[in-house]
Design a protein around this ligand. Structure first.
Ligand code: COA
Length: 183
């Protein structure tokens, strides 16, 4: 597997990934994913953020097929946070370590962001059965905070989860430390 930075030129690959989403879009938007969803995953940002704040990592398999995507906004909603908007892996490849590998790539990237101490995301209630065990396995915990989420026909609270950035040489998620916005 190869992890690279994606750009708006990669929209066809993202459309292919989203075609095998295991019902994710229906859960969080009430309809299958569209091409616009793929464009948004690559380009959408919270109001007021700089284009350079957005990073989209893509995981390609040995055949050159995009099998996972993670998008993150550096410095949002606070300067010391990075917000994960979406982490999605191909449904045909679930439980093979791809999600964990993409998150490891995010951690390596976050090491280049010295001001970022906290990784943050929001779990949409309609998706919590899938998302919560995964994020918990990666060391995240709910903050108790929630944010409104709306997409397609779905309006729902999204619960905020965070975990510290682990820097190499520190003691792990509990050690010393330096998210479409709903997940
Ligand atoms: C959530 C998601 C990204 C997980 O991706 P994945 O490639 O299957 O994740 P991994 O194989 O790396 O799983 C890592 C660990 O998370 C946990 N986990 C992942 N999916 C789980 C599930 N459905 N139920 C329980 N635990 C789960 C397990 O502990 C797993 O380790 P294990 O397989 O060794 O037991 C994937 O299911 C997905 O793309 N879902 C649709 C999009 C989505 O809901 N994204 C999350 C919100 S942004």
């Amino acid at each position: 597997m190869r992890v690279v930075d994606l750009s708006s030129h990669d929209v066809d690959d993202v459309v292919g990934l989203f075609a095998d989403d295991g019902g994710y879009s229906c859960r969080v938007a009430g309809r299958p994913a569209t091409r616009q969803d793929a464009v948004d995953a690559l380009t959408a940002r919270p109001p007021g953020t700089d284009p350079a704040a957005k990073t989209v990592l893509g995981a390609y398999d040995d055949a050159g097929v995009l099998v996972g995507l993670l998008d993150v906004i550096r410095g949002w909603p606070e300067a010391d946070h990075a917000h994960v908007g979406l982490l999605q892996t191909a449904a045909g490849r679930h439980r093979q370590g791809l999600g964990r590998a993409l998150h490891a790539a995010l951690e390596r990237r976050a090491e280049r962001w010295p001001e970022v101490t906290t990784l943050r995301l929001a779990v949409v209630d309609a998706n919590r059965e899938v998302a919560e065990p995964f994020w918990r396995a990666l060391g995240y915990a709910p903050t108790g905070g929630a944010t409104p989420f709306a997409a397609g026909s779905v309006e729902s609270p999204a619960r905020v989860w965070t975990r510290p950035v682990t820097r190499r040489g520190t003691a792990g998620p509990g050690g010393v430390v330096g998210p479409s916005l709903g997940a």
